[in-house]
Design a protein around this ligand. Structure first.
Ligand code: ZN
Length: 99
């Protein structure tokens, strides 16, 4: 039986028995120094989105029009992205029991 858990390498939750880590990209934020840091993704765009998620989770606000610039590299090519976030609205319908 497989465990659904956090992969210690790429930090994604998945079924660990069949999990394969996404390829490695690198990101650099202008205010976080000159060193590129590792981030897992399948595309440049996904790497930028994963950076946005990480940025939003570590005490930085990235909602309601806030935008940040990030440089993504695959080790050869560098691309610059402007990232931003929106909240999703979840809708629910609970049927009311009529007695
Ligand atoms: Zn992994």
């Amino acid at each position: 039986m497989s465990d659904f858990a956090l992969c210690p390498n790429c930090r994604e939750y998945d079924w660990l028995e069949k999990h394969r880590c996404a390829p490695v990209f690198y990101f650099k934020h202008p205010n976080w120094g000159d060193e590129f840091q590792k981030i897992h993704a399948y595309t440049f765009e996904e790497a930028a989105e994963n950076f946005a998620k990480k940025y939003n989770e570590v005490d930085h606000y990235l909602m309601d029009g806030e935008k940040e610039e990030v440089i993504i590299s695959d080790g050869k090519i560098e691309k610059t992205f402007i990232v931003h976030a929106e909240q999703d609205v979840a809708y629910f319908a609970d049927e009311k029991e009529i007695k």
